[in-house]
Design a protein around this ligand. Structure first.
Ligand code: XMP
Length: 447
């Protein structure tokens, strides 16, 4: 049975605070949705409370209908014309405690977001906090069952957080009607397929189809150096391989995807118009020709909530706390030609870097860390002999949304230690550098 949760709606007038407000309320188990400032028919969502996030921009007017809902409204930001127009007088601002605009209008205005006042507001609205990870899982499971009935569902499992949580949810909902397909494109992290198997040890009946297509990808990537061409080859080949594997299940009618809430909000934009839909962080997007309908069970979750749900489903934290990894994988971190030898070299280097970050308890001090193999060689000495080997770069950045990033200041002792280990353990590398560029102007990945 699906229960209806009390809902708080945040109307987004284009400030990044809208998401922050929603995240903080949801963390406390209040079911909260972010809608564009001009969303129509808000009543249909049956909200218990409404928050106008930064309604100060004079030309942006919310739907007039919000005044007839009879629910508490919190306006955050400077004097909003829409509110003045409605009240026909300046609203009352108070930063100490919430004061209603008038005895019969529960409208509260504050200049800037204050988490205590936000909490008071939610309390006034008598919203119930029932939206826990467990409640989410229970409802998601029944929704999935309702949606797909006894059909077969295909899922592209990448080893990342989102697709893994979708796999676990669907497995709980429909058992062996789920066909998770893991395509190894040969540019994955060190022993990735083995690691993915281990991550899902907790679900022994989950039958993951592992497709080792590395040779095919390497043959197509032979001699290719241009970054965009590499990406296109990987994206296209990935779709072909995935398609061919999925064709083995002709009765499959559904494709499950790990779309999450920030993808949804960001692809709509504050004005309600659809902006470029993020090519979902799968390698190349889904094969259009597959004629499958979509199942997107975590569409309403922020990233941290996906992790919470994953934990509640029994997935290991080593999987759920993984740094982001690009769909085309190590191919965008190998400058110049991608071939099995160079992939192997980079896998070893990256593995040492990540392993040591974990050992030194630094893995969580950085948002994303990885190694890059450069297309050049340099002179060194090993065991008294001159060497002429590859150079690799280490990169570690902090970021909120990947749009901008700053360098993580890893301790020098750590960097020196890792550099020595890499040069000692990986014979193909004799020089290690650390990338100190921010984004912008640099990007996070090197290609
Ligand atoms: P950039 O290099 O654009 O990366 O600063 C921003 C974030 O996105 C990841 N990234 C990708 N993820 N497919 C993906 O799924 C891609 O083609 C891709 N390119 C970059 C990158 O790792 C970083 O977290």
């Amino acid at each position: 049975m699906t229960m209806k949760h009390d809902t708080i709606i945040v109307l987004d007038f284009g400030s990044p605070e809208a998401q922050k407000i929603a995240k903080s309320l949801r963390l406390k188990h209040f079911y909260t949705e972010v809608l564009p400032y001009n969303a129509k028919d808000i009543a249909a969502h049956g909200p218990k409370a409404l928050i106008l996030s930064d309604a100060s921009q004079a030309n942006l007017l919310p739907d007039e209908g919000i005044w007839d809902l009879g629910i508490p409204i919190l306006s955050i930001g400077n004097t909003a014309e829409a509110i003045q127009k409605h009240l026909q007088k300046p609203p009352i601002y108070s930063e100490e405690k919430l004061i209603p605009a008038s005895p019969d209008l529960p409208l509260y205005c504050i200049h800037k977001l204050d988490l205590n006042l936000l909490q008071d507001f939610v309390l006034f609205s008598k919203t119930q906090s029932t939206w826990t990870p467990e409640a989410f899982i229970q409802e998601a499971v029944s929704k999935i069952r309702e949606q797909v009935k006894s059909d077969t569902v295909i899922l592209g499992l990448s080893g990342g957080v989102d697709s893994s949580v979708v796999a676990a949810l669907l497995h709980k909902a429909i058992g062996d009607k789920l066909i998770p397909i893991f395509v190894d494109h040969g540019c994955m992290r060190y022993e990735e397929a083995k690691r993915v198997r281990e991550f899902f040890n907790c679900m022994p009946e989950l039958n993951i189809r592992f497709v080792d297509a590395a040779e095919l990808f390497y043959s197509k990537l032979k001699g290719v150096e241009d970054p965009e061409t590499k990406r296109k080859i990987i994206g296209g080949t990935f779709i072909d391989v995935f398609d061919a594997e999925a064709a083995k299940y002709p009765d499959a009618r559904w494709l499950a995807q790990g779309t999450i809430y920030s993808d949804v909000i960001e692809s709509i934009g504050a004005d309600g118009k659809s902006i470029q839909v993020k090519s979902h962080h799968n390698v190349g997007g889904l094969p259009e020709t597959m004629k499958l309908s979509l199942v997107e069970p975590i569409r309403n979750l922020f990233k941290d909530e996906v992790r919470q749900v994953g934990l509640s489903l029994g997935l290991p934290s080593q999987l759920l706390d993984r740094h982001p990894f690009p769909g085309p994988g190590l191919a965008v971190r190998i400058l110049g030609e991608v071939n099995p030898e160079r992939v192997h070299t980079l896998q070893l280097v990256d593995e040492i870097f990540i392993r040591e970050l974990r050992i030194w308890d630094l893995y969580h001090t950085t948002w994303q860390a990885f190694a890059v193999l450069l297309p050049l060689r340099s002179t060194g000495v090993r065991d008294g002999r001159r060497t002429y080997e590859s150079v690799c770069a280490l990169r570690a950045v902090n970021s909120e949304d990947a749009m901008s990033a700053s360098v993580t200041r890893l301790p020098y002792e750590f960097l020196e230690h890792v550099s020595s280990l890499i040069i000692e353990e990986v014979k193909q590398v004799n020089r290690v550098v650390f990338d100190i560029s921010s984004k912008p102007p640099a990007t996070i990945e090197w290609e």
